[in-house]
Structure formats: structure tokens, C-alpha cells
Design a protein around this ligand. Structure first.
Ligand SMILES: C[S@@+](CC[C@H](N)C(=O)[O-])C[C@H]1O[C@@H](n2cnc3c(N)ncnc32)[C@H](O)[C@@H]1O
Length: 219
């Protein structure tokens, strides 16, 4: 393991993360549906496992904290796509995104878990925060991101992406575990452009959810 991957695991004192990640499949129940999420840590790495931040964000969404019904939602750095899956099951029209190399796995998991009745309500597509975003012309009602604050070099691009995809009505939900002081730098950067509030704390899993809304520009 190298670089950012090293920074992510092991990430708790009991070191039981690796055993969770080594499970080829994990089961969850969200929005009245049993989800079977395959994992492939050894071949595909960080994008192909379900992180706690995603589970906590799914629970937060399922509890009705965000109005998703018929909303235009985008998930950034989706990994397994579980958050985008739950958002779709809760009524949103969801664009589920990650790096190009993660798309085959992500597409497979999403298609396996979303039922026919939501066909046409979701798309899976590549979106690299470092790229030119001109082809992404939309702004979204809701932007979701779970455990996407972990590579310091990507922070300016991640911020640019969130800014590009949002307007002053967009709600941004970032679920994260702050592992290093540098991770807080991203929240600091985000708070310069967005009004940022801590809306949920899961102490047992060490996960915080932040909600952001773009600051209105002074006239
Ligand atoms: C720690 S994983 C979290 C995955 C998932 N959201 C979860 O919580 O289970 C971080 C995700 O960010 C994605 N990612 C990293 N750099 C990215 C970039 N430059 N553009 C888009 N996605 C990126 C990775 O591919 C990975 O899926």
C-alpha cells in the first residue's frame, strides 16, 4: 500500500477494519431494501469497500434528515455507491460518480442493488475532481460525499468541483472521519465559500456529518 491508502488504514485501534474490508460481500438494510455490497480491497483498494462514513451518511439520509424526493443529487467519490443507492431508493434522481477506474465495479454494485422500479432514476459516471468540469453543466439540489477528505493534494480540486456543481440553493453533505490535522484544512477551505454546520456526530464510529450551503455573494 502506498500514499493515500496508507493514510486510510488501519484506522482504528482494534485493527478490525482489515477484517471488515476483507469480506467479499457485506449486507445492509436501508430504505426497506436489503443491499448486498461486494468488496474487493485487494484488487481495487479504497474505492471497493464500504467505509463507515458512508454507512453513517446512509443512516442519516434514511432517518429523513434530507428531503431527497425527486431532488437532483450527485454523489462524489462514491466508491461502492451505497450512498447513491440509498439516495435513489429514497426518491432522488442520483448521479453516482467516481474515478474512471472505479466505474466498472461501481456500476456492477449499483445495478445489482437498485430495483427495476427506479430504472431511469440514476446514472453512474466518471467524475475526476482534477479534471476540467465544463462538460458538467448542471447544478444539483444536493451534493453527497462520504470519506472523500483524505488526499491533501486533491483538496483545491475537490473544493472547485463542489463549487462548480452547486448554487446558493444546493445543500452539501460531507460525512467524514478526521484522521489528520490536514483533513481539517479542507473543512476550513470549504467554510470560506460555504456556510458549514456540523449536523451529526457518531462518536462510536468517529464520524461527523457537515452540511454546507454556498454563501450568498455580497452585491
Ligand atoms: C475512502 S473512499 C470512500 C468511498 C465511499 N464514498 C465510501 O465512503 O464508502 C474515497 C473515494 O474517493 C475517490 N476519489 C479519490 N480521488 C478522487 C478524485 N480525484 N476524483 C474523484 N474521486 C476520487 C476514490 O476513488 C474512492 O472511491
Amino acid at each position: 500500500m502506498q500514499g493515500p491508502t496508507m493514510a486510510l488504514v488501519p484506522y482504528n485501534k482494534n485493527n478490525d477494519v482489515l477484517s471488515i474490508f476483507n469480506q467479499p460481500e457485506r449486507e445492509f438494510n436501508f430504505a426497506g431494501q436489503k443491499l448486498k455490497i461486494s468488496q474487493d480491497w485487494n484488487k481495487l483498494g479504497v474505492a471497493a469497500v464500504v467505509w463507515d462514513a458512508a454507512i453513517v451518511l446512509c443512516e442519516y439520509l434514511e432517518a429523513g434528515n434530507v428531503d431527497l424526493d425527486k431532488k437532483k443529487v450527485i454523489e462524489l467519490g462514491a466508491g461502492s455507491g451505497i450512498v447513491g443507492i440509498v439516495s435513489t431508493l429514497l426518491g432522488a434522481h442520483t448521479t453516482i460518480t467516481d474515478l474512471e477506474k472505479a466505474i466498472p465495479y461501481l456500476t456492477e454494485v449499483v445495478n445489482t442493488n437498485l430495483p427495476k422500479r427506479v430504472e431511469g432514476q440514476f446514472t453512474v459516471q466518471a467524475l475526476d475532481w482534477r479534471e476540467n468540469l465544463e462538460s458538467h453543466t448542471k447544478t444539483y439540489d444536493v451534493i453527497l460525499g462520504a470519506d472523500i477528505i483524505y488526499i491533501e493534494e486533491t483538496f483545491p480540486d475537490l473544493l472547485r468541483t463542489i463549487e462548480h456543481l452547486s448554487d446558493e440553493n444546493t445543500l452539501v453533505y460531507i460525512s467524514c472521519r478526521i484522521r489528520y490535522t490536514r483533513d481539517s484544512n479542507f473543512l476550513q477551505m470549504l467554510s470560506e465559500v460555504f456556510d458549514l454546520k456540523k449536523v451529526h456526530v457518531d462518536r462510536s464510529r468517529d464520524i461527523i456529518i457537515y452540511k454546507g450551503k454556498k454563501k450568498t455573494k455580497d452585491l
